[in-house]
Design a protein around this ligand. Structure first.
Ligand code: IMP
Length: 430
């Protein structure tokens, strides 16, 4: 079955963009199905960096159709800017390359204001959201008062919907000491975005099913990651959408029988942005080295990422939840020069051993990782293009990850450039 779902297996920022870009060359369609511009991919091609937040990372391949599915939340201002930025670089010159689902929900200024005001009011208890209005937008969707892309294109309907939203959300904003935005000003601003985006809007679920029927290769690009999933992640320190592979069904309108393989992306160590438990976090020199060598600063917010050892408990859980048929292990090169590497194989939570991620946030906060130590390596890995070219210690590290997580490593990334990649198996054929 020529569909492949790509999901994050940790807390996000695993390098999904690079892997999607890599496989997009062999895909006819790349579709996003959840999240919004809280995501951010830095793509490096021929030394040129391109950052995308909403448009799928496949956009740099001209023959690949990019879809923003119904499960995505869209900030139209950000999307218009992203389209223009890509066009200035010579990408996305054919309007047919991008398709936006008419049922995707729209992020409004009030959503961003609420997100930021809430976070500010929480002080030390803040979640550390990206402040992009993602949570409040999904809240309005679930409360059945949201504005969808199709509604934004209908000026009269949009005004009524906005009146309803502001009647609920305006007083809340005032409680946080914020002045609610003017409805007329929003309508005027969004009317411009609506006209710019109109040519791209369609029912993408039809396009996806036609492509599946035609046997085309479709890549579903997940955003965020397993531990940020609204149900299965480290709740409440999670994002506001489900991120596990099964969500492709609702977020892109794909029936389960069409879902094929799932590739999980995991860094060779672990990072997390925002607050919340992180058992293998390193607040020492090694953590600082990983941050500096790995360039661990958010593509979306620029925030420094928290860094730590590889956590096999987390990745094994992600493998179970999303049914990973393979793992793409990224940033292996960053570990060069660390004499002894550690992998967490279980946790000790107040004397109780956990081989899974506990649901209780307080148990997870107190979890002490049980580590296994492995020998490191000193060689620069960036030139390796075949598994056999990696140092023995690096190969042992990879094999141990496979044993502990139960998923084969099918791709290894040894640098940011497109070609700094070791492909072990075609993930469409896993
Ligand atoms: P939100 O998605 O902006 O509501 O943020 C909720 C949590 O998810 C915060 O801890 C964010 O840092 C985290 N988060 C959201 N998107 C990403 C991402 O693309 N990479 C990593 N963390 C993310």
């Amino acid at each position: 079955m020529p569909t492949l779902i790509i999901v994050g297996a940790q807390w996000g920022d695993e390098g999904k963009g690079k892997v999607v870009d890599h496989f997009a060359a062999h895909a006819d369609v790349v579709a996003r199905y959840q999240g919004g511009n809280n995501a951010g991919h830095t793509l490096v091609v021929g030394g040129e960096r391109t950052v995308v937040h909403l448009i799928p990372a496949g956009v740099l391949h001209r023959g690949t159709t990019c879809i923003l599915g119904n499960g995505v939340v869209i900030d139209p201002k950000v999307l218009c800017e992203e389209i223009e930025g890509l066009q200035e670089k010579g990408y996305l010159t054919d309007a047919g390359q991008l398709r936006i689902d008419e049922r995707a929900h729209v992020i409004l200024p009030v959503h961003c204001m609420l997100d930021r005001a809430r976070e500010a009011s929480l002080g030390e208890r803040a979640i550390g959201t990206t402040g992009r209005g993602i949570g409040p937008c999904y809240e309005d969707k679930a409360a059945r008062r949201g504005v969808r892309v199709v509604d934004m294109l209908d000026a009269r309907y949009f005004r009524d919907a906005l009146d309803k939203i502001m009647a609920e959300r305006g007083p809340l904003l005032e409680l946080y000491g914020e002045q609610p935005p003017e409805i007329d000003a929003i309508l005027e601003e969004y009317a411009v975005y609506a006209e710019r985006l109109r040519p791209y809007v369609t029912d993408t679920t039809i396009l996806v099913s036609e492509q599946i029927a035609a046997g085309k290769r479709i890549l579903f690009e997940g955003a965020q990651a397993a531990m940020l999933d609204l149900d299965h992640g480290t709740y409440p320190f999670v994002t506001s959408s489900n991120t596990v592979a099964g969500v492709v069904g609702s977020g892109a309108g794909v029936a389960p029988k069409h879902v094929g393989r799932v590739l999980g992306i995991a860094k060779a160590y672990t990072t997390r942005v925002g607050a919340g438990p992180f058992p293998t976090e390193l607040e020492d020199d090694i953590g600082a080295k990983l941050r500096q060598v790995g360039g661990e600063f958010g593509a979306t917010t620029g925030r420094p990422r928290r860094c730590g050892w590889f956590d096999a408990v987390v990745v094994k859980q992600a493998a179970r939840l999303s049914g990973l048929s393979g793992i793409a292990l990224t940033k292996l090169d960053v570990l060069s020069g660390i004499p002894t590497l550690k992998i967490a194989t279980a946790y000790d939570c107040n004397g109780e051993r956990f081989d899974r991620v506990p649901a209780s946030v307080s148990a997870l906060t107190q979890a002490t990782p049980i580590y296994e130590e492995l020998e490191g390596w000193t060689e620069d890995l960036s030139g390796a293009r075949r598994f056999e070219e990696l140092p023995v210690a690096a190969r042992k590290y990879i094999s141990r990850i496979e044993e502990l997580t139960g998923a084969p490593v099918t791709l290894i990334s040894v640098g940011a450039e497109r070609d700094e990649t070791i492909l072990l198996r075609d993930p469409f054929l896993l």
